[in-house]
Every structure is written in structure tokens, then in C-alpha cells.
Design a protein around this ligand. Structure first.
Ligand code: GDP
Ligand code: ZN
Length: 297
């Protein structure tokens, strides 16, 4: 007695896919025939149809991967609407280089991103305002919240509602924010990990946490050690949105905003219209890409 249902892959581990079906729960599925039929490998985030093989045990087989909105490479997930990057303002002080790496990576993959600074109860107002203006000037939406005092959380919740959002990185006060927003998320994660226990896998993969049938959070453990790769150094400037207004205004065609004279970006930097910290990170990432390039040839 086959029954077909539609759901979303929330986790994939060594040939098993965990498919969340709204209102029913999570089915453990194989993907027999999918690669042969569709020539693509299922990704976390894929919307799929499954044939239920055993209703009691909640086992199934993925029959079809529905058309993708997009597919990211880092993290390897499909159908992402946006990203939210969470950093504490204090304790620990934010690693702005890591934040900028994350932003570059999302820009490169065309994912709209907002920034959530947590622990605003611990931070000085001047510092908070400074960071807000730095990142708002780049065009990012900035939320400042206190999970401990439950301040500023409604705006973040509204941003996430009805969307599938990549959330990262961990180790900087993320869990507190997520737990205030979605106490339910913990339960759902529990349900998934219970199912996964028998596999006893220690590797950490990306997973989707279903909040409601149209809201998902994509939790990505890999983000704390993230690197700017898969990029030509000349492309990097495209992923700093605050440089865009100056594109084509430098004296030299193809100016990389380094040592060239008559550089419009460096002029904006001197006038305080581009943030010094961001520009320093741009220069640092550029040098890294240059080093990588040297090693390639
Ligand atoms: P994660 O492991 O990076 O996700 O960090 P947690 O969310 O677990 O938070 C780390 C620590 O910071 C915990 O001891 C929290 O109680 C504390 N913390 C989290 N949010 C806030 C906040 O808004 N204000 C203050 N003062 N402490 C916070
Ligand atoms: Zn320039």
C-alpha cells in the first residue's frame, strides 16, 4: 500500500535522508533510483515526494526531487531564502573578520543576509551604535538583541517567519537567541537526533530545523572555521556591497583598490564613507586569495 507525500529533507547521512512532512513528522528515507532518474544527488533543503513504505516505522523512499530555487555550495543546501549571522557584542567580543568572511561567502552565493548582534545588555552603547552603522552602511539589516533580557527579539522573529534561513556561526551566543525565538526548535532537533542515534554518527552535518510548515532554520556547524575559497582575487571586491557605488570611478580599469593611484574606494575610505575595519578585512582576504593562487600554479 504505497502512499505518496510531500516533504523536505532536513538531514542526510550516509545514504539515509530524513524527510519532514508537515503534520506527520520525520520519515527515514532511502533515495533509490533518484540519481539515475534525475541525475542529481538529494540535498538538505530539497522538497521531495516520498512513497511511504512503512507508516508505523515511518520509513519511505524518495521518489522525486522537486525543482530547486537554488543550491548553495557552502553549506551544501537547497532552497535557501536568506541568512542570519549571529554574533555577541561582548563576551566574547565579535570576531569581525569571521563576520566579514561569512558575509563575503553569502554575497558570493547571492544570499540576502542580516546580522544579529546579541548581548546588547553587556555592550557599551557607543560600540553597539558604531557596529550598527558600519554594517548598515554596507546595506545589511542589523538587529541588536539581548537574549538574556528578551529584548529586540520580535524583529528577528519577523525576519525569519515564513522563510528558510541559514543561521550561523555557533559558539558566539547563537543557542540562546534561537531558544528564545523558537523553544520548539529544540524539540524538533531532539526528534531528529533520536532517529539518528542508531547510526551513531559523530560527524556534524548541516540540518534544517522545522519551525512551522513554511519556516525552517538551517543549522550549519561548519561555519566557525570558514574560509574564503573558490574565488578569483579580482572578484572579491564585488562581494563588498559598500564598494559598488564607486565601481568604474577609479582611474584604472580593473582597479583592485590596492596601491593604484586615483582609487575612488580609497578616497571614500579616507573620507570615512567606507569602514576602516571592513577595508582592512578586504585587503587581508585579497592577500589570502593571492597566496592561494600562487600555490595553485
Ligand atoms: P553558543 O554556545 O555560542 O550558542 O552560546 P550560548 O547561547 O549558549 O550563550 C553563551 C553564554 O552567554 C551563556 O552563558 C548565556 O547565558 C550567555 N548569554 C546569552 N545571551 C545573552 C545575553 O543577551 N546577555 C547576557 N548577559 N548573556 C547572554
Ligand atoms: Zn580602486
Amino acid at each position: 500500500m504505497d502512499k505518496n507525500m510531500q516533504g523536505k529533507i532536513v538531514k542526510g547521512i550516509s545514504g539515509f535522508y530524513y524527510v519532514h512532512v508537515a503534520g506527520s513528522g520525520i520519515y527515514e528515507c532511502k533515495a533509490k533510483g533518484i540519481f539515475r532518474n534525475q541525475k542529481i544527488k538529494p540535498l538538505v533543503g530539497d522538497n521531495v515526494t516520498i512513497a511511504v513504505l512503512d507508516e508505523e516505522q515511518m520509513l519511505g523512499n524518495i521518489e522525486e526531487i522537486l525543482p530547486r530555487e537554488n543550491a548553495l555550495i557552502r553549506p551544501a543546501v537547497a532552497n535557501i531564502d536568506q541568512a542570519l549571522v549571529i554574533f555577541a557584542l561582548e563576551n566574547p567580543t565579535p570576531n569581525l573578520t569571521l563576520l566579514d568572511r561569512f558575509l563575503v561567502m553569502m554575497e558570493q552565493q547571492n544570499v540576502p543576509t542580516a546580522i544579529c548582534f546579541n548581548k546588547r545588555d553587556l555592550a557599551g552603547e557607543d560600540y553597539t551604535d558604531h557596529l550598527r552603522s558600519v554594517y548598515e552602511n554596507c546595506g545589511y539589516r542589523v538587529f541588536t538583541v539581548s537574549a538574556a533580557k528578551e529584548q529586540g527579539m520580535q524583529e528577528v522573529e519577523a525576519y525569519l517567519k515564513g522563510k528558510t534561513t541559514v543561521v550561523g556561526p555557533s559558539g558566539v551566543g547563537k543557542s540562546s537567541v534561537m531558544n528564545i525565538l523558537f523553544p520548539k526548535a529544540q524539540m524538533e532537533t531532539g526528534e531528529i537526533s533520536k532517529k539518528l542515534k542508531k547510526g551513531k554518527h559523530t560527524t556534524r552535518h548541516s540540518q534544517m530545523i522545522p519551525i512551522d510548515h513554511e519556516t525552517y532554520l538551517c543549522d550549519t556547524p561548519g561555519f566557525s572555521s570558514l574560509y574564503t575559497t573558490d574565488m578569483e582575487k579580482e572578484e572579491l571586491k564585488n562581494f563588498f556591497p559598500e564598494f559598488h557605488p564607486y565601481e568604474g570611478k577609479c582611474r584604472f580599469l580593473g582597479c583592485i583598490h590596492g596601491k593604484e593611484p586615483g582609487c575612488a574606494v580609497k578616497e571614500a575610505l579616507e573620507q570615512g564613507n567606507i569602514s576602516k575595519e571592513r577595508f582592512e578585512n578586504y585587503t587581508m582576504f585579497y592577500e589570502e586569495l593571492k597566496e592561494q593562487e600562487k600555490r595553485r600554479y
